[in-house]
Write a protein that binds this ligand. Sequence first.
Ligand code: AHG
Ligand code: MN
Ligand code: MN
Length: 333
Amino acid sequence: MSDPIVTVEHFIAEQERRHPEATGAFTDVLLQLSLAAKLISRSVNKAGLVDILGDAGKENVQGELVQKLDEYANDVLIHVLTRCGSLAGIASEESEEIVPIPAAYEAGPYVIAFDPLDGSSNIDVNISIGTIFSIHRKRSRGRDATLEDLLQPGRDQCAAGYVLYGSSTMLVFTTGAGVHGFTLDPTIGEFLLSHPDMMIPEPGKRIYSVNEGHSTTWTEGQQRLVRHFRGEEGGGTPFSSRYVGSMVADFHRTLQYGGIFMYPGTRDKPEGKLRLLYEVAPLAFICEQAGGASTDGVTRVLDIQPTDVHQRVPVYLGSRSHVELASRYLSED
Ligand code: AHG
Ligand code: MN
Ligand code: MN
């Protein structure tokens, strides 16, 4: 065997060994996330068998209640993370309020925010979907996390990552020391290091990724930016356009090929659609760790002070030069 096989468990343990102050609490969160990812991946891969296994809301042939996949993903994550002993509170796209750690389990020094299943409109059509997470250290002193513990700016994340359920399942994360990608080998049930030290190519492929169907609702700056990408303004050759409609999938392509992913605000909805805490900030942290850039059009994403767990912000992520170009056009609004 030429290259050593590195499992995600081994990789995380190795990273921890290099930090003598580490307590293992952080490692536990990442390991539980990898377990949840495998459980969700197993269900995602069975999703197409719904006619055979049963519809959501009904009982399957084994007499078990079949859940919707996004509810299942949320339940799995909450189940494994509340029991890991390292967290003091959880924010999820699927829960209005912060999920506390029940008294029966130990609480720990971290908080997590996640989008259990991103791209959920693509579940029924067998197109890639994902899970996104963001971890911060708890700041308050009590056992349970406060709202302020979850409303920390993205630059203070201890870790962020995503799982992509695509043609293969990948776990990609950063702990602030580069971005590393692991691919699930389903035959042994392990995530193996397949993409060490991921870097966004600069300037990267000329690809822009946006839901262009909304273009008449955009601001003038946003419209001119996309005209630039189409080769209609600025004198350059046209970019290619790619848009899956699953942020994780669109970001994963951007991370590997370069380009820019955008979810802009509109004139009526300047905040856009995507959520700061568990969609935009974690992917912005990964993007910067991979040498890319991120902005909401005015401010670096990682410097935004959150005011609400489910807050939305416009977002531009990708190769540095493309994001800078976007900022120039948007500054004219
Ligand atoms: P979710 O499935 O968690 O609600 O997120 C969907 C998001 C994101 O994945 C994607 O980038 C965006 O919605 C697509 O929105 P449009 O259909 O408006 O383009
Ligand atoms: Mn989402
Ligand atoms: Mn979701």
